[in-house]
Design a protein. Structure first.
Length: 184
């Protein structure tokens, strides 16, 4: 019966902890020391930040310079505009939404994106000034369809999730003020 011993570094222990493994030939059992230390954050530590649309940003970062990168950046900017204007925690007012819309439209006019993608992105940037989820949900879906050949599955999924979230935020039947007054 032969045996071989080897020394390995075990990153699951949280540090460069050395452990030895002993294996007997013919036996599948491994004996190893295992250190499990619970990870607790100090009281002054910050929670991990949440980065929205990270797959779109990663796609823009790794795409070659040109059409694919610019489409990914345009989708990322449009998704952030729409997501931010419907986020109640941000509480963006009308002038802030209008300024963001104008800035986004100006920037989108300077990049070279294909015309099938340019139209939905411009419409979505314009609709972000109104902060109406009912108006933006179909525009996000049309952007995802137009940019489908430029996006990977994870990036497309982020746009689909955003469209579904906006559709769930929209009222089921829009009621105008005149209809409310007439019913009373």
């Amino acid at each position: 019966m032969t045996s071989d011993a080897r020394l390995t570094i075990a990153p699951p222990c949280g540090a460069s902890h050395l452990r030895s493994e002993f294996r007997k030939s013919g036996s599948s059992a491994l004996r190893r020391s295992d250190c499990r230390v619970p990870v607790t954050l100090p009281p002054y530590a910050l929670s991990a930040p949440v980065f929205r649309f990270r797959h779109l940003a990663a796609l823009a970062g790794r795409a070659p310079i040109g059409g694919a990168r610019e489409v990914a950046l345009a989708c990322f900017v449009a998704a952030r505009l729409v997501s931010d204007c419907c986020d109640p925690a941000l509480e963006l007012d009308e002038p802030a939404l209008a300024a963001r819309c104008a800035g986004a439209k100006g920037w989108l006019g300077t990049i070279a994106i294909p015309s099938p993608v340019r139209t939905p992105v411009a419409k979505l940037a314009e609709a972000s000034a109104t902060a109406s989820p009912a108006a933006m949900a179909p525009l996000v879906s049309s952007l995802a369809n137009a940019a489908e050949s430029f996006l990977d599955a994870a990036s497309r999924s982020e746009l689909d999730v955003l469209a579904a979230r906006l559709a769930s935020m929209a009222p089921l039947t829009p009621v105008s003020h005149a209809q409310l007054v007439a019913s009373h």
